[in-house]
Write a protein that binds this ligand. Structure first.
Ligand code: HXC
Length: 258
């Protein structure tokens, strides 16, 4: 069904793989359009409790497609950026957890895709960077904003102005990734985390994502009120009754996602 990505569901997990290994999984307009379609599938499928995003071959994603972008005028470039923003923002705003399993190069739009995910686990061979200024542009899939929010303004400026590529260990040190594992252990680590999250109350995980992501850009007073509202949604759910009853009855909870 898709030509440039793969989307599979196994158990409770969705697997979204960028699949253009000959071009190091560069994001062209076709990939972005297929990602937008796959995200609609993911959003509509209640059985999918967590999603792992990765790349086929030696790269996660080596950026937006430079061959395609080289021919774009300002209007066309803007349309491509909007398509990229739509994909990144859909991942960011969808109330399901996304884990980036960063298997190799995560550059430019690839680093931006990883940053749009909730949590990043990297292979020790992964490389990160925002090389855009070397191409005459700037990060255009929200990298100027997400990178500074993740690692701070100073480090974001260091990485974006210098276009320096950093390894997984440095990415971990600055808070760009949450965990680094040996290459062979990457998918296992991502699946272990995804399954752990999938075993929790889906409505609670969803409300936690809403509270963290939407609250991050608010003042503390508004954000704390958002947390009150999100927790109230949880208290109104059957799963809150089930989770607490299961604890008291010393048994495993059975989530209903309502
Ligand atoms: C198109 C790409 C590509 C890209 C790699 N390829 N990255 N094609 N767009 N972003 C292609 C190469 O042209 C080559 O094709 C093949 O993939 C293998 O790449 P090599 O360069 O031969 O591999 P290697 O020597 O291992 O070097 C890997 C690399 C290098 C360091 C990742 O490919 C690289 O620097 N790529 C560009 C990274 C980059 O600048 N990304 C940011 C893009 S801008 P052939 O046909 O020769 O085999 C961006 C902006 C986002 O992302 C938002 C703006 C709208």
């Amino acid at each position: 069904m898709y030509e440039n990505i793969k989307y599979e569901v196994k158990g409770n997990l969705g697997y979204l793989t960028i699949n253009r290994p000959k071009a190091l999984n560069a994001l062209n307009t076709e990939v972005l359009s297929e990602l937008a379609d796959a995200l609609k599938e993911i959003e509509a499928d209640d059985a999918v409790k967590a999603v792992i995003v990765t790349g086929e071959g030696k790269a996660f994603v080596a950026g937006a497609d430079i061959a395609q972008m080289s021919k774009l005028n300002a209007v066309e470039g803007r349309a491509m950026m909007q398509a990229g923003h739509k994909v990144m923002n859909t991942i960011d705003q969808m109330p399901k957890p996304f884990i980036a399993a960063v298997n190799g190069f995560a550059l430019g739009g690839g680093c931006e895709l990883a940053m749009a995910c909730d949590i990043r686990i990297a292979s020790s061979k992964a490389k990160f960077g925002q090389p855009e200024v070397g191409l005459g542009i700037i990060p255009g899939f929200c990298g100027t904003q997400r990178l500074s929010r993740l690692v701070g303004k100073g480090m974001a400026k260091y990485l974006i102005y210098s276009a320096e590529m950093i390894n997984a260990e440095e990415a971990f040190r600055i808070g760009l990734v949450e965990k680094v594992v040996e290459p062979d252990a990457l998918m296992e680590a991502a699946e272990k985390l995804a399954n752990t999250i999938a075993s929790k109350a889906p409505i609670a995980v969803a409300q936690a994502k809403i509270a963290i992501n939407n609250g991050f850009d608010m003042d503390l007073k508004s954000a704390s009120q958002l947390e009150v509202e999100a927790t109230t949604v949880c208290f109104g759910s059957e799963d809150q009754k089930e989770g607490m009853a299961a604890f008291l009855e010393k048994r495993a909870p059975e989530w209903k996602n309502r």
